[in-house]
Design a protein around this ligand. Structure first.
Ligand SMILES: Cc1ncc(COP(=O)(O)O)c(C=O)c1O
Length: 382
């Protein structure tokens, strides 16, 4: 009834926890949400206003398949100013999020059996993109004791004649780890195409993040507006591709998606260009930084060890092996018993089994309440 390809797609477990939490909420339960990977902030007003203006000006038609030129120019300017890299609008394909960008890149580059190297743990959906396009995920272990750092030497050992790409993500989901400049440069020089998911760029609280394009212009940088600009529901992202690949990506996008939503693209342009937006970004970043410090302290006060506090995104991957072996059933137990929703580590790969991912994209009050509930639950079940 279904294709082999479709039947091999694994469920996104975080969404299953969220759906159960929503079901409980409909029955009157008050749930604290640490599972969701999305900002709790509303989209900055200047972005919303720009999109409303676009709609009332009749910007309701298909756009160029690669996206409206002013947005592609603004993306190039953003990468130029922030990372000192020189990219042109012909290399940029605007899409409905980073998710379709991942889908399109792997559809464009993988032959059946081609290998893509990525870390374990990793963003939950990555292996599905690779397998669906006929590829084979090949994992490099990263470990808590080592601060979940991805070492170029470990990647090099996994390279075979079938290796088609290396997929990296810094700041990372689920670990919050930011790759150092040296590691990034090392990975960029290994040989295979690097696909760099830069969706958490701008959300770094110590040090700074780097783009793969600083080290190798023949790489693919994927980025989007969901996280930094609090625009998850708008669906807007993009690929910056090497010139030789951009045309192929454009053809796939033209055929299967036509273009990103017109008025949403005008909202994205305001996100990059309107100075008022920068004020909102600064406020949101400062708020995440406070929440990060608070959540870290509260988790440590519960006796949970976080040997290398994460410095980016809005996640903490926390070792619960003292309390559980099966993170999925433990996540549901915490939800049902303590009304605290968390992401089960197993969603992110076998090396995160026994761990739970906490998102601090929620208010200080909710973090305090959730930590109180977690503390009471662990005290009763330790
Ligand atoms: C690492 C990573 N990449 C991509 C995405 C999807 O982003 P988008 O909303 O742009 O499709 C997410 C969402 O959680 C993510 O964590």
């Amino acid at each position: 009834m279904f294709s082999q390809r479709a039947s091999e797609v694994t469920p996104f477990l975080v969404m299953e926890v969220l759906e159960e939490a929503e079901r409980m909420a409909r029955e009157g339960a008050r749930i604290v949400h640490f599972e969701v990977g999305e900002p709790d902030f509303d989209t900055p007003e200047c972005i919303t206003q720009a999109a409303i203006r676009a709609l009332s000006e009749g910007k309701t038609h298909y756009t160029h398949s690669m996206g409206i030129l002013p947005l592609r120019e603004a993306i190039c300017q953003h990468y130029g100013q922030r990372y000192g890299v020189d990219v042109t609008p012909e290399q940029v394909i605007v899409m409905q999020g980073t998710s379709p960008a991942l889908f399109t890149v792997f559809a464009a580059i993988l032959e059946p059996g081609d290998e893509v190297i990525l870390s374990n743990p990793h963003y939950a959906c990555y292996p599905n993109y690779i397998r669906f396009a006929g590829g084979v995920p090949v994992y490099v272990d990263i470990r808590e004791e080592d601060g979940y750092q991805l070492h170029p030497d470990d990647i090099a050992r996994k390279i075979t004649p079938r290796t088609r790409a290396i997929l990296i993500n810094s700041p990372a989901n689920p670990t919050g780890v930011v790759l150092s400049a040296e590691r990034m440069a090392g990975i960029a020089g290994l040989g295979p195409l690097v696909v760099s998911d830069e969706i958490y760029h701008g959300l770094v609280y110590e040090g700074r993040e780097h783009s793969i394009l600083e080290y190798n212009p023949q790489s693919c940088a994927l980025n989007g507006f969901s996280k930094l600009y609090a625009m998850t529901g708008w669906r807007l992202g993009y690929i910056i591709a090497p010139p030789g690949l951009a045309r192929t990506l454009q053809k796939i996008h033209q055929n299967f998606f036509i273009s990103a939503n017109a008025f949403v693209q005008w909202g994205g342009l305001a996100a990059l260009r309107d100075p008022a937006c920068q004020t909102d970004l600064t406020r949101m970043q400062a708020t995440y930084a406070e929440r990060r410090a608070f959540m870290l302290k509260r988790l440590q006060d519960l006796g949970l060890r976080i040997p290398h506090p994460p410095t980016g995104a809005f996640y903490m991957l926390v070792n619960f092996k003292r309390y559980c072996r099966d993170s999925l059933s433990f996540a549901f137990e915490l939800l049902h018993e303590a009304r605290v929703a968390v992401a089960p580590g197993i969603d992110f790969g076998t090396n995160a089994e026994g761990y739970l991912r906490f998102s601090y994209a929620t208010s200080m009050e909710q973090i305090a309440e959730g930590m109180d509930r977690l503390g009471a639950y662990l005290a009763g079940n330790g």
